[in-house]
Design a protein around this ligand. Structure first.
Ligand SMILES: NC(=O)N[C@@H](CC(=O)O)C(=O)O
Ligand SMILES: [Zn+2]
Length: 426
């Protein structure tokens, strides 16, 4: 007996076409896809009125375990992923301790598998302790399951260390995942350098702090032939540098977050620390450039940069509170409502950028719905509007500037390897 998911509009990011189809799931796999599949010997799940997308894949999540379990755990973070329609996530190594040894890579994978809400692909540190000095053992980390290397949370300040990392990663065919930040330029800033920071008389973070590092690293990627992936791109000039590098056939990919696509530093005036994130929310010109970059393929994929913090930590305020927003449980509805419902982007293209593209560029399974493929998919409701209700989050974090927004496209059911890992109770 299989499970027959009946009557949803199945979104195909590969062909750009969507139609009403039934999906038969047997075990962890999709056994059949077709119109009016035979039902008699199966459990039937009625999905009429919903859209089914390949399980979303997030290349940039902070799960906070080991060491910061007051902010999030592997269990709560993967529950949040399931609630947001994500069946696979890549997690960043800036935990306590830093994930710079194969033991921690194995710990994260096995812990996530034990809960089973989503598949977690650890990203291991580039340098020991993410101190920017000595490379970690890339070979051992890859063998333990790391899908790439990053010192995210900090930039690798030394060009020599970055070049050595690119050479080592290239030998293993894995990406170096760049948090682009020159600390001599970002300094002690707490928001974008600009009119709003001046008005509030708080230290700013220059756009150049990000763009010079992106420029440096595409040059190093060109010279070494390695794959460099740019995290959470935010300034207009950085989008231009990446566009130019792609024209020069540099192996560069890039991600953009919902907040950099939708918000600007004006929001700091009303939300203060709730609008504090790194890289910071930037100007309207930067935001619009990120949207153009996503539409023309310069920016390949969406990342939530889910970065949970407690209310007490955020309450320390704009200057001393931590950077970051939670994102797993709001990202799909945010982008569906802002770009698909308004007609700027097709649903198939959004599914491509939130599932197929990360699978392709990080060499992960999934990213499509096909016979013989993993039964990883999400059913979303695009017909009804709902409020972002942080009290219902699975994440321990409530720190989102999108609180109380009315959105379409919330996930209703998430299937991970054939199992129902999220079902909306409403
Ligand atoms: N993005 C953030 O504002 N914060 C991230 C670090 C990071 O992704 O750079 C965090 O770990 O809290
Ligand atoms: Zn980062």
């Amino acid at each position: 007996m299989g499970r027959l998911f009946q009557g949803a509009v199945v979104v195909d990011p590969m062909t750009g076409q969507s139609r009403v189809l039934d999906l038969l799931v047997e075990g962890q796999m999709i056994a059949q896809i077709g119109v009016d599949l035979e039902t008699s010997s199966h459990e039937v799940i009625d999905l009429r009125g919903l859209h089914v997308l390949p399980g979303l894949i997030d290349p940039h999540v902070h799960l906070r375990e080991p060491g910061q379990t007051h902010k999030e755990t592997i269990e709560t973070g993967t529950m949040a992923a399931a609630a947001g329609g994500f069946t696979q996530i890549c997690c960043m190594p800036n935990t306590s301790p830093i994930v710079d040894s194969s033991e921690w890579v194995t710990f994260i994978r096995t812990t996530a598998d034990r809960f089973g809400y989503a598949t977690v692909h650890p990203i291991a540190a580039i340098t020991k302790g993410s101190k920017g000095e000595e490379l970690t053992d890339f070979d051992a980390l890859k063998k333990a399951g790391a899908v790439g290397f990053s010192d995210d949370g900090r930039g690798v300040q030394s060009a020599r260390v970055m070049r050595d990392a690119l050479m080592a990663a290239k030998l293993l065919d894995l990406p170096i995942i760049v948090h682009a930040e020159d600390e001599t330029l970002s300094g002690a800033g707490c928001m974008n350098a600009g009119d709003v920071a001046q008005q509030l008389q708080v230290p700013g973070i220059l756009s150049s702090a990000e763009t010079v590092m992106i420029a440096r690293d595409v040059i190093l990627a060109q010279e070494t032939g390695a794959h460099v992936h740019m995290c959470h791109v935010s300034p207009e000039a950085a989008v231009s540098v990446i566009r130019y590098a792609k024209q020069q056939h540099v192996h560069v990919t890039a991600e953009v977050t919902p907040h950099h696509l939708l918000l600007t530093d004006e929001l700091v005036l009303t939300l203060g620390a709730q609008a504090k994130v790194n890289p910071p929310l930037r100007s309207e010109a930067d935001r619009a450039a990120c949207v153009r970059g996503l539409l023309d393929g310069t920016l390949d994929m969406v990342a939530t940069d889910h970065a949970p913090h407690t209310e007490e930590e955020k309450a320390r305020g704009l200057v001393s509170g931590p950077f970051g927003f939670v994102g797993l449980e709001v990202s799909f509805p945010l982008l569906y409502t802002a770009f698909v419902k308004s007609g700027i982007l097709s649903l198939e293209k959004l599914a491509y950028m939130m599932s197929t593209a990360p699978a392709k560029h990080f060499h992960l399974p999934g990213g499509r719905i096909e016979v013989g493929g993993l039964a990883d998919f999400v059913a979303v409701d695009i017909a009804h509007e709902r409020r972002v209700d942080v009290a219902r989050f699975r994440s321990k974090g409530r720190n989102t500037p999108f609180v109380n927004r009315m959105l379409y496209g919330f996930p209703v059911m998430t299937i991970h390897r054939g199992q129902t890992v999220f079902l909306d109770a409403q």
